[in-house]
Design a protein around this ligand. Structure first.
Ligand code: CA
Length: 701
């Protein structure tokens, strides 16, 4: 640590009563905001502001920023991690939950660790095999793996100290989020709400992985022994929701206020999405708020005791998670100094709450949205009845769609400007209730909607027009006025997380393969670096020997990238995945190697000869079981195999060997034998053959 003189070291040893030995302790985490050399916790501080006071790189000299070093990753999947920097060393997680350590000044590799997540785990992940980062405590690093383990590594050597399975691995739980650590308790949740799990967060002893408490976000089948907060929640559900898990996973955001002794967690969507199937009510069309879905919940970090909650989307039915970044700050509102909590959840509204009590202060839409007419003075949405597709039974185009107005990509805060920077996203979706839907506990995206309903026709002009309406934005949001002070429109959606600095800068990578710096007060673009690949992860900054560094993990992937990227529009340049850590400092002039050619297989399908009925069956099964990884309407992506170009299209037996027999399960393509008959698997092949012919005929090569 920068400020560890003998005095501080001595007081740390006293404060910790010898429990943790040397290294990161509570005082370091509580004072992380002042420690500009390091970046020791996910959001830089417990308040998760992602603001560094460092100003050595600033508006006047940022044009001299250059590449100091880079490191290639060994995974070509989505890279979403926030690196940690401790005492001149940089640690990060990559896709497939691998961990790497570098000298933060030179880039010299120090060690790496591969938890050997089984390839078949990939089918449990809704949104790519990503990992968002580590936590540090004592002389150890902690992270979750895609298959649900929590692992403690020796920070010096990368050797395993302990590991603990935190989920029922027979269910579709995954971990992609970064742990946080409060007073020696490692906090981690999990994902899987598209696959029928019941969400929770738990605390584990940093010393040995012992589970200390577990906080479920949704009720199980009611019982006398339930805690009061779950008894209250059960009143807001109907039917036998526990049979389908309920959802409410805590897959990303947390924040902590040490003075109030409150841990804040963001809770995800319902399982299934369609409320009529999850909590049918008396008439079967859906009823109830379904607590604590889509809520921000405050709990005691020492015991897991419930304190308060605020539900952003009561009775959610659109995949509107409240797992998005939770940020704490103090500011004057209506003449009073308020301790606030802020969030821009998927539902498109920016919320300001009193973080001591959960009292609603204000909410305004940060993107155009169509599900609500506004939020009333009690903080309850005034719904647009047409968007309640599970009630009407009719398909509805709703803005935003399941990717939200803002997804997991971290925001950042500038206290001088009192601005919250939001990586926002505008994309509507068609929600079409699937009649007679039944959950499949084995495989597939279990949401209760027909996921093929929004598929675009083969006509490239129409596709181009629709995709022209999808955009990404960097918003500089004034949380008091509840409006954007400035905004940047990006050419594409799914842009990077954010960093704000005392140098008056905001850093962001984007889907146009750039890494940029903007003026914090005006939004003027001051510097840009060609990153060669889409950047979705958030940058960090640190200093060593009087020099400031900015680091960002580049590498295209994640939910949007795997489902909506490839070959949608003729002549559109697909975004490549080149997974690589990029590190910058003033005056550096490093260069990246030349961009490799994107090796696309030719689009050369066999002729389409199947009957219309077979193709329709294949389309239906494709939408439910294949589209979430291989893209709607089989348009493919650059991250996962583009099935239109698959060699197995030429040969029925090899297609069956993959989909039915699971010969590629080590790569993540597991057998679908338990969910799909051989006939259905053939029908999916015929559907993909038809789609490939359509796209070749439309001029895609
Ligand atoms: Ca979800």
């Amino acid at each position: 640590m920068k400020n560890v003189g003998w005095l501080v070291a001595a007081s740390l040893a006293l404060a910790s009563c010898g429990e943790m030995g040397s290294g990161i302790g509570s005082d370091d985490l509580l004072n992380a905001g002042d420690d500009t050399s390091n970046w020791i916790t996910h959001g830089r501080t417990y308040s998760e502001q992602r603001y560094s006071p460092l100003d050595l790189i600033n508006e006047d000299n940022v044009s001299e920023l250059g590449l100091a070093w880079y490191a290639d990753m060994d995974t070509a999947r989505g890279q979403e991690a926030t690196p940690l920097v401790i005492d001149g060393k940089l640690y990060l997680t990559t896709a497939w939950s691998k961990v790497k350590a570098f000298d933060a000044a030179t880039g010299a590799p120090l060690w790496e660790f591969d938890p050997e997540v089984p390839g078949e785990t990939a089918v449990k992940a809704c949104c790519d095999v990503v990992n968002r980062g580590l936590a540090a405590w004592g002389d150890k690093l902690y992270f979750g793996t895609l298959d649900g383990r929590l692992i403690a590594l020796d920070r010096e050597t990368g050797k395993v100290a302990w590991e603990k399975v935190t989920v029922d691995q027979s269910q579709s739980y995954t971990i992609t989020g970064a742990p946080r650590i409060i007073d020696g308790k490692v906090l981690i949740g999990n994902g899987g709400a598209e696959f029928g799990v019941r969400g929770y967060i738990a605390a584990y002893d940093a010393k040995n992985g012992e589970e200390l408490w577990r906080f479920y976000t949704v009720p199980d089948e009611p019982s006398e022994d339930d805690p009061e907060y779950l008894k209250a929640a059960a009143e807001t559900w109907s039917g036998e929701w526990w049979e389908m898990g309920g959802g409410g996973t805590v897959w990303d955001s947390m924040a902590y206020d040490p003075d109030l002794n409150l841990l804040y967690i963001g809770v995800g969507n319902g399982s299934p999405w369609n409320r009529a199937y999850r909590s049918p009510g008396e008439d079967g069309t859906g009823d109830g708020d379904n607590l604590y879905l889509s809520s921000i919940v405050a709990i005691r970090p020492d015991t897991g005791e419930y304190v308060w909650h605020y539900q952003t989307t009561p009775g959610e039915t659109w995949d509107y998670t409240a797992t998005q970044h939770i940020m704490l700050a103090d500011m004057e509102i209506d003449g009073a100094e308020r301790q606030v909590l802020m969030q821009a959840p998927k539902n498109g509204f920016f919320y300001v709450l009193d973080r001591a009590t959960g009292e609603f202060i204000s909410a305004e839409p940060y993107i155009p949205q169509s599900w609500a007419l506004g939020i009333d003075e009690n903080g309850r949405p005034i719904e647009n009845p047409e968007a309640r597709t599970e009630k009407t039974g009719q398909p509805a185009m709703v803005m935003p769609g399941p990717l939200g107005g803002h997804n997991w990509h971290p925001m950042a805060y500038n206290p001088d400007e009192n601005l919250v920077y939001i990586p926002a996203f505008e994309a509507a979706a068609i929600y079409a209730p699937e009649e007679g839907w039944k959950p499949d506990p084995n495989r597939g995206f279990n949401v209760g909607y027909n996921l093929g309903a929004g598929d675009l026709p083969p006509d490239l002009e129409i596709r181009k027009q629709v995709y022209g309406t999808v955009r990404g934005k960097l918003l500089a949001w004034d949380p008091v006025a509840q409006e954007a002070r400035w905004e940047i429109e990006h050419p594409g959606p799914w842009n990077g997380g954010l960093l704000a600095t005392g140098g008056g800068l905001v850093f962001q990578g984007n889907s146009s393969s750039e890494f940029n710096a903007y003026n914090a007060s005006s939004g003027e673009k001051l510097w840009s670096f060609p990153a060669q690949t889409g950047v979705v992860a958030p940058p960090v900054t640190y200093s060593i020997n009087g020099e400031q560094y900015v680091a960002v993990l580049a590498g295209w992937g994640g939910a949007y990238a795997i489902t909506a990227d490839g070959g949608l529009v003729k002549d559109a340049k697909p975004v490549q995945n080149i997974s690589r850590l990029l590190v910058f400092k003033l005056g550096a002039d490093g260069e990246l190697p030349p961009i490799p050619e994107l090796a696309a297989l030719p689009l050369d399908p066999p002729p389409s000869r199947a009957s219309a009925d077979t193709i329709a069956l294949g389309a239906q099964k494709y939408a439910r079981y294949c589209a979430v990884c291989h893209a709607p309407a089989a348009v493919g992506s650059t991250v996962l195999p583009d099935l239109r170009r698959s060699g197995t299209l030429q040969n029925r037996d090899s297609w069956q060997a993959v989909v039915h027999d699971g010969i590629l399960s080590a790569n993540g393509m597991v057998s679908f034998e338990g969910s799909l008959s051989r006939e259905e698997i053939d029908a999916i092949r015929e559907y993909v053959i038809k789609r490939a012919n359509e796209d070749r005929d439309a001029g895609i090569s």
